[in-house]
Each structure stands twice: as structure tokens, then as C-alpha cells.
Design a protein around this ligand. Sequence first.
Ligand SMILES: Cc1cc2nc3c(=O)[nH]c(=O)nc-3n(C[C@H](O)[C@H](O)[C@H](O)COP(=O)(O)OP(=O)(O)OC[C@H]3O[C@@H](n4cnc5c(N)ncnc54)[C@H](O)[C@@H]3O)c2cc1C
Length: 306
Amino acid sequence: MVGGGVIGLTTAVVLAERGRPVRLWTRDPVERTTSVVAGGLWWPYRIEPVALAQAWALRSLDVYEELAARPEETGVRLLEGVLGETGPDEVGAWAAARLPGLRASTAAEYAGQGLWARLPVIDMSTHLPWLRERLVRAGGVVEERSVTDLAEADAPVVVNCTGLGARDLVPDPAVRPVRGQLVVVENPGIRNWLVSADTDSGETTYFLPQPGRLLLGGTAEEDAWSAEPDPAVAEAIVRRCAALRPEIAGARVLAHRVGLRPARDAVRLERGTLADGRRLVHNYGHGGAGVTVAWGCAQEAARLAS
Ligand SMILES: Cc1cc2nc3c(=O)[nH]c(=O)nc-3n(C[C@H](O)[C@H](O)[C@H](O)COP(=O)(O)OP(=O)(O)OC[C@H]3O[C@@H](n4cnc5c(N)ncnc54)[C@H](O)[C@@H]3O)c2cc1C
């Protein structure tokens, strides 16, 4: 296995728990992956193809609902909130039956049209180390090591979960960064999450309560590579969130975060072959929804690997 973000770790857990010997190589520890930056809301956003992503998301939902029984340990919680600018029809076909309590939001909950939903919200700073420990308990081995050629991996099957790293490694120029910036603030008492889309500017504004903090977002800049937080962008994020909930304006800023989403015209989840004939499975390019689809994609990758 190459790649130790949410996609690589989840795939490795599924393989190891099916009895496969797993050795995972990762350039970065989990604390430095894109996955640790993710807000952690279960919702397919900026991922293609949409229909497949919805199916993977629903399979992941089954798992996250189970994990939410042990939130302190797994980092997974079920929290209520509002999906702004979303009508019942947009989720009717694929998710409504699986999301009990879905209803139109009231004017007190959100000024525009919105849907009130109870969804998994995953604290990635707890979830990723928990996945790594679950992998080790299942007999997997994690090693920090950078790979320049997938054929370096001395295994009968190589699974490639390198996210944006696949751009150089495969190489696959179709994987491109979509930069996202977040502001982490002290939570001024907000218990529900909110995602609001400005249909004119295309900007999405959101806040997500996580243990001990509130995450404010967001941005989506295509082909932007800078990992440095931009103070002007951070200010604009706080301003947009405060327009939705005024108490956010005075919240103490704890940190700034930047992540590069591994976007692709379609997630690459398929079987291939290395030059020497060994099996290769690709699982990368999950854009803005890697957490949302991780378990569905991991189950499919494990099937392709066997
Ligand atoms: C601001 C922001 C908010 C987000 N919010 C959400 C959200 O609310 N919900 C959601 O579902 N998704 C969200 N996402 C998207 C999500 O973070 C990504 O889709 C997901 O993290 C991708 O996971 P990954 O494992 O493929 O990539 P990564 O986390 O980037 O992991 C890639 C791994 O591959 C390793 N690697 C790369 N190249 C090599 C190499 N050559 N050799 C060895 N190892 C290598 C890296 O070290 C790393 O371990 C958000 C993203 C951002 C930036």
C-alpha cells in the first residue's frame, strides 16, 4: 500500500481485517496529510462521478453510523445541522431514505431554503490515528517512506492511495489541487453545523463544531498550490461565517489550516498492472469528499485487490 491519508488507511484496514498482510508506506505522518485538514462532514462535495460517489458515500454512512456509538475513541459523531440552498428533491433520489429526520429547515434555523439533517461529522485529528491503530491491531505495518516508483513496493499487489501525490508518482496530470483554507476558532457555543452556498459567487461558507473548537470555511481555489494560509482569505471566511452567526465575529482564532484537495475529473478506482505483471489497484482523486466516500471506496479497492 502507498499512501496514509484517510483513503489509504481505510483501505488498509479493510484489507488487513480480511486477513491480507498489509505494509503501508506513507511519505507523511497523518498529521501532515490533506486528510487531517478536512472539515469532516459526511456529504459528497466536489467529487466525480456523482452517482458512484453517492453509492460509496452511502456505504461509508453505514460504517460511520456504527463508529458514532464510540465518538471519543473514533472521532465520529452524528450532529444536526443545515445544508443551505438544498431542496428535498436534491437528496430525495439517493439519500432521503437513509437520512431519518430530514426536513426543510425553519426560518429560525436558516434564512434561505435549507435542509435540516443529522449527518456524521468526523474529527480527523482523532479519526486518523484511530484508523492507524486499528490497522496495526489487525496486523498491518505502517512505515514512513517516500516512493518514486510504484514498482518499488515489494508486494504481489500494490494499492496506490497517494491522493495529489499520484500526479507525479503515476504520473497522472489529471489530478489537480483544489486549495481549501479553514480558520479554527474557539467555539462561542454553536452546537449545529451549517453549510451555505452563495449561488452568485459560487462560494461556500460553513462552520462545523468539533470537540474543543469550531472550524470555519471555506474556499475552493483550483490549481492553487500554496500551503500557506492567506490572512485576507481568513478574514473573509470569518466575516462570511459571522454574517450567518454574529457570535462568530468575536471568537478567538486558534489556528489556520490549508489543504490541497486531490481533484480529478473522475475518482480513479480501478485495477491495473505494473510493468513486471504484478497487480496494481488505484484509489485516488477523491476531491472534496474523501472522508465521505472512504469506506465505500475501500471496500471496492479491496475487491479489486483480491
Ligand atoms: C479545507 C478542506 C476541507 C475538507 N472537508 C471535507 C469534508 O468535510 N468532508 C470530506 O469528505 N472531505 C473533505 N475534504 C476532502 C478530503 O480532505 C480529501 O478528499 C481526502 O483527504 C483525500 O484523502 P487521500 O487519502 O486521498 O489524500 P491525502 O490525505 O493527501 O493522503 C495522501 C497520502 O499519500 C502519501 N503520499 C503521496 N505521495 C506519496 C509518495 N510519492 N510516496 C509515499 N507516500 C505518498 C501522503 O504522504 C499521504 O499519506 C476537505 C479538504 C480540504 C482541503
